[in-house]
Design a protein around this ligand. Sequence first.
Ligand SMILES: Cc1ncc(COP(=O)(O)O)c(C=O)c1O
Length: 299
Amino acid sequence: MFADIDSANFNIDVCDIRKKITNKTKAILLVHIFGMPADMKEIRELADEFGIPVIEDACQAIGSEYHGKKAGALGNIGCFSFYPTKNLGAFGDGGMLTTDDDNLAEICRALKGHAAGKNGAKAYAALYHQDIPELKDMRSVSEGNLYDPCKYYNYFIGGNSRLDSMQAAVLLVKLKYLDIYNAKRGMIAERYSKELKGLPIDVPNTATDDRKSCWHQYAILCNKKEELIQYLQKNGIGAGTFYPVPLHLQKAFKQLKYAEGDLPVAEKVCRKSVCLPIFPELTEEEQEYIICTIKHFFE
Ligand SMILES: Cc1ncc(COP(=O)(O)O)c(C=O)c1O
């Protein structure tokens, strides 16, 4: 089941989650969209009330904070993407899961590598509360074992989601700069919101005391979305729309039989959202040019 979003920050609407929870609901899966953390306190309270876990899609929210705590550390498990366009982007694909649950961590470590070897054995032990005899004899080959006792065994069906070492090396270097990069994005967002106020558009609130966005995207709502994007593109500004089609109307979910009008806020945001360029290297002159071009459009 999909829940609608809140028009204030485009994140999942907690009241609508409550309406959608049934006895079949296995978890609450939320996205900190564009980097702005969702209403985690209320979501956690709801999840506790129904005894279900919370999965954070923090792919756009690396470095974002909610009441001083990082996104990805607010639910039972956090999911991150290191796709090159992300705030912490690799040189290719990559990702990360975060959890403070040791058993869940064992299971995830196993799943990323075909649930084979020591990781698979430990996850099996955690999942089925069983002793794995081969885990008790972890002598290496040089210490007398003929072969690694777990290595060529698969304990359940996993996949290959290993983070490539080359990507990890790139990420380790870039990680040191993440806070600086995010702060620069924050300054650009503040400037946009300050200078675009008063135009016939909705601008994001940057003065959010209880949470801090990493400003993966800066999205305004505009009734003339297509005309504005065309105008900006014609003037050499790479504006785009995230996202043109809401999840419940994607073909991939047609079996769920949603129709237009079912999630009106998500549909409205998809109809009106325009994402402005935001990245740490965007110069002050470029920001000025973008702001002036938008003002010209409305003149
Ligand atoms: C919110 C969100 N979730 C998930 C993903 C998927 O990440 P990946 O492409 O690394 O699997 C993305 C990437 O675009 C995203 O923005």
